[in-house]
Design a protein. Structure first.
Length: 185
């Protein structure tokens, strides 16, 4: 059995630092590192770069599309505002035309009503004149007949007595009232 002390002494006899690896370890590590670096550089980095480029293009394309969509939305908003302003102006014109037409219609209706009123008044006046003429002719006939009746009564009665005269006048007035009542019916 080997003594630990002997191993320790044998290890101390060597002049190499235990923290530094052997030269063959360094070479094999460099070869492995170079192979891994070559594989990484040849296959992994291009794919990683491709993915990064695609993401950058996607992001930039998304930003460009968003800016284009924003510009289109602003243009649509502006067009909508212009249409709205045009519609408001058109509505104002329509309202003004309606007011003008309403005023014209009112004045036409007033003129028509005035004409109709004048026509009705003229017809009423003509009817009234015709009725007046008829009443006058009837009254003339009635007054003539009453005058004849009165003259007959006056001639038949004695005119010298005042009491008889008053009775004759009262009788005449009563007969006139009876005739007026009959014509009113």
């Amino acid at each position: 059995m080997i003594n630990t002390t002997e191993l320790f002494l044998a290890a101390e006899g060597e002049s190499q630092n235990p923290l530094l690896p052997q030269w063959y370890d360094i070479i094999w590590s460099l070869v492995a590192f170079a192979v891994v670096l070559f594989v990484f550089w040849k296959y992994v980095v291009p794919r990683y770069q491709k993915v990064l480029d695609e993401r950058r293009e996607t992001i930039e394309g998304g930003i460009e599309r968003a800016e284009a969509a924003q510009a289109e939305a602003n243009a649509s908003l502006q067009a909508y505002r212009e249409q709205l302003a045009g519609a408001r102006e058109e509505a104002a014109q329509i309202r003004e035309e309606a007011r003008t037409q309403g005023t014209q219609i009112i004045s036409d209706m007033k003129a028509q009503a005035t004409t109709e009123s004048d026509r009705i008044i003229a017809n009423g006046a003509a009817q009234l004149a015709a009725q007046r003429q008829q009443v006058v002719s009837e009254l003339r006939g009635d007054v003539g007949r009453l005058s004849v009746d009165l003259a007959e009564k006056l001639v038949a009665a004695e005119l010298s007595d005042e009491a008889k005269q008053a009775g004759t006048v009262d009788r005449f007035l009563a007969e006139l009232d009876d005739v007026a009542d009959e014509t009113a019916k």
